[in-house]
Design a binder for this molecule. Sequence first.
Ligand code: ADP
Length: 628
Amino acid sequence: MTAWGAWLKPPRTLLLILSLVTLVSVSALGWFGWKLLDQERMVEAQRVQERLEQTADRLAATLRGTLAEAGERLGASAANAPDDGLLLTLQANTLTANPPNRLLYYPSPPPEPEAAPAVFAEAESLEFLQAQPQAAADEYRKLADSGNTAVRAGALVRLGRVLRRAGRDRESLTAYDRLAALRGVRVAGAPADLVARLAGSELSGSRSEAHTLRSDLLAGRWRLNRGQFQFYWQRASRLSGDAAELPADSVALSEAAWLVWQQRDDESNLRRQQTVWIGGRPYFLLWRGTPGRHFVLVARPDSILKPLIAGHGALYALTDAEGRVVAGRRSRAGRAAVRTAAESQLPWTLYVTGRPALSTAPVAAQQKFLVSAIVVMVLFLILGSYFIARAIRREMEVSRIQSDFVAAVSHEFRSPLTSIRQLSEILALGRAPSDERRQIYYETLVRESSRLQRLVEALLNFGRMEAQGRQFRFEEVDTRALVEHVVSEFEPQVVGLGRHIELHGTESRCAIQADPEAIAVALRNLVDNAVKYSPECPTVWVEWDVENEYVAIRVRDRGPGIAESERKAIFRKFVRGTAAAARNVKGSGLGLAMVQHIVAAHRGQIRLASQPGQGSTFTMLLPVTGKS
Ligand code: ADP
């Protein structure tokens, strides 16, 4: 029977109940564990949410404070220009920027002096109408020495032009050089030195000069309007061969200044704040001022938010009214705390989102611990149930074996007792038909009573042995003599059955150190079994010889053999094999247990070789003490 098959043997109901109890307990434990984990997760989620809410409140307050402070400083015109932003002042219809070089162009170029065209009317008539360039140049030269810088500038630009047209490039260049040295005056609406430098580099074809001009334009050296800037930027770029794009930030700031300029007359709210999008980037405009004088801070919202959130383990984002992110990063996964513009009195909605690692790490550790605890508990429960089931099975097995034993023993007792009673009754009543018959009755009485005695002794012996009460008395025993003595006891019984026991043994003397009575009991049991279980075969063999350090006493029969699965079990007390059940052979299941016990007490071994259907050989190996 397989191991599983053995488990399915009775007591089935008990095992079924135990399995059900185990299953229900394990499921309940699992369910409680799961609930506990769930609750733990919820508590942790709540904790994370609370932390996010607190962070959001703190950040909103800090942000509000920062903006208020920036506004106050701006109102007191004590503000410093931000690192990547701009501070604009609108006053008396002019716009000034701090730092000034961060703007590429201005919405309003400053009013710089420029000579009236009428001053050059006469000379220009000579140049264009009368086609007398030399005379015109002379006129311009005279004017170029004027004490008025604006007139000087106007004359020099025209002188440069007329000389260039006449092919007198060197002289023309000299005129432009002189013009380039003039500051704070304009010609044709543009700064005189810028006009001179572009014309000079065009004339000389110098790429490096054009390149320097381009760099100066980028550095915001001149106050130009958008159109002028683009014109000079394109001309300088073409001349220098440099195709690099304008920096987007500078363009955006210049455009922001232009937007601010558009609102210069709006005095409805002098403390306003706006978020504007320029070239796909958000800019924050913070207004403060008094009528006629406005201060505007232009900054990226990111640059306001970043210093406030440095070092925090969460994701922050500011969004405008349309939900566009103006600063920070917004995560859509996980939990978030939101502060709307109305709640926080900020110009934006604030989102604080938990980073996944921040919110789940402690929960994961707790979950791991809980899961391991539950697994350990479940394992304990299953193991406990397994051992209880095994113990139940054992107990049931023992009680079954014991009841089998009682049944077998009482049967063993009953048959000799019955015949003793019947025969002694016949004899007592003098009903024996003849003397011959009476003799047979007496002999039967002797046989049956000695059978009873043997049985009682076997039981007592085994009981004593089990209780370690049997004292073995060791002495040197000759194997041949012992075997012949035991076998001779069986002679009358086997001869009566038409059978015989064959002895084979080495001629030399084999002595063992043994308790002769105990070994005789063991051998008797083996021979008895061989005779009992092989009724079809007339012969049983008993052999002895020396194997290494042992004397081997073998009892061999051609009986039914013993199945592999039973070979271990039959040595346990009260266990009877299928051969016994199949042939209805009487016995107690004690014989082999006793043999094993006795052999072990002699520091020997018992070996069983068997082939089902062919027979069995039981070998007692007992330590040899001497041979000759
Ligand atoms: P009993 O013979 O009283 O049943 P034992 O302990 O002597 O008890 O033997 C245990 C079982 O071993 C037997 O019930 C029988 O099934 C099996 N057995 C023992 N000896 C032999 C044998 N020579 N041939 C076949 N089966 C045997």
